[in-house]
Design a protein around this ligand. Structure first.
Ligand code: HEM
Length: 118
């Protein structure tokens, strides 16, 4: 089977998905305040490149590791679920299938220990 990267639409598809994810975060009352002072274009680029590299695409991510990126934020479980809900909604919006949603969900869940209460 082709890589998750290819099945998410490659760099172009993932760039659109990442933009939608950040748009959804900014409209999601549970987590929007976290992004109040963010450079939206920079966050979209970080999320896109993280997904590209983490799904089997080219090694383009130059951002922080997940522990360093979220250290000190004390993110709670409800925020973690809310953020993942936005990712699933963005995959739906872009016509991504259940198999790919399951694989993405598994990857995100596996990062819980580097994001939650760190
Ligand atoms: C598995 C889940 C998550 C992943 C994969 C993830 C991924 C990322 C990535 C790639 C960055 C950019 C790091 C950099 O700039 O070098 C980032 C930053 C950030 N994340 Fe997460 N994140 C996750 C969960 C969360 C949650 C639950 C929250 C809380 C609502 C959150 C809030 C933030 C904030 C506020 C930033 C900084 C944005 C900025 O630079 O302005 N993240 N995250």
């Amino acid at each position: 089977m082709s890589s998750l990267y290819e099945r998410l639409g490659g760099t172009d598809g993932i760039t659109t998905i990442a933009s939608d994810i950040v748009d959804f975060h900014q409209k999601n009352p549970r987590i929007a305040p976290r992004y109040a002072d963010s450079d939206v274009a920079a966050v979209k680029n970080a999320v896109a490149t993280f997904f590209i590299s983490g799904s089997g695409g080219p090694d383009v991510y130059e951002g922080k590791d997940m522990l360093s990126a979220h250290r000190g934020m004390n993110i709670d479980a409800a925020e973690f679920v809310a953020a993942i809900d936005d990712v699933m909604a963005a995959l739906d919006k872009n016509g991504i299938g259940q198999r790919e949603k399951e694989e993405t969900l598994f990857i995100l869940y596996s990062l819980k220990g580097e994001v939650l209460h760190v």
